[in-house]
Ligand binder design. Structure first.
Ligand code: PNS
Length: 162
């Protein structure tokens, strides 16, 4: 059984993340979508909120063999714990490459048996990032077409400047 982990901050999960997840499903029998539990990153949404949103997205999209989860500590240790051999990461523009290159180099050094597979989001989502969503949502911008429909209201309500 081919198992992979799609890790990230997902603060919040965007349509670009969903593109990558849908591509991963075509190659793997089981995909863990795993939220990093690290308060040092100062996330806006709690781990529980992010996992819950991913659960709602998985359900409303009817995605099978996807398991929303969270993890702390080293990613390669978590990948081992769930019996996965692969990490999934998304690549947008060339600017992502250096960051991903460093993560991959470090992960490979710590556990050479874990490989990373990269997918690109659809071109129309290549500009999307969670940080941009947080920024524009704080000014009440419309999130339609940027985050999955079933999470729009929750994301907008939480990020709107009071
Ligand atoms: O969505 P992000 O914030 O770019 O995801 C980064 C993530 C979660 C993949 C990375 O921070 C991570 O794996 N953190 C866990 C700690 C770890 O294993 N660090 C070594 C590789 S950087």
């Amino acid at each position: 059984m081919r198992i992979c982990v799609y890790p990230g901050s997902f603060d919040p999960f965007t349509l670009g993340h969903l593109d990558v997840l849908k591509k991963a499903i075509t190659l793997f029998d089981k995909v863990y979508v795993s939220v990093l539990n690290n308060s040092a990153k100062n996330p806006v949404f709690t781990v529980e909120e992010r996992v819950r949103m991913i659960e709602q997205i998985v359900e409303s999209e009817g995605l099978e063999n996807v398991k929303p989860s969270s993890f702390g500590g080293l990613l390669v240790d978590y990948v081992d714990r769930v019996g996965a051999g692969y990490i999934i990461r998304g690549l947008r523009a060339i600017t992502d490459f250096e960051y991903e290159f460093q993560i991959d180099a470090m992960n490979s050094r710590m556990n050479p048996s874990v490989n990373t597979v990269y997918f690109m989001a659809k071109p129309e989502h290549s500009f999307l990032s969670s940080s941009m969503i947080r920024e524009i949502a704080s000014f009440n911008a419309d999130l339609k077409g940027l985050v999955p429909d079933c999470t729009i209201d929750f994301v907008a309500e939480r990020l709107r400047k009071k």
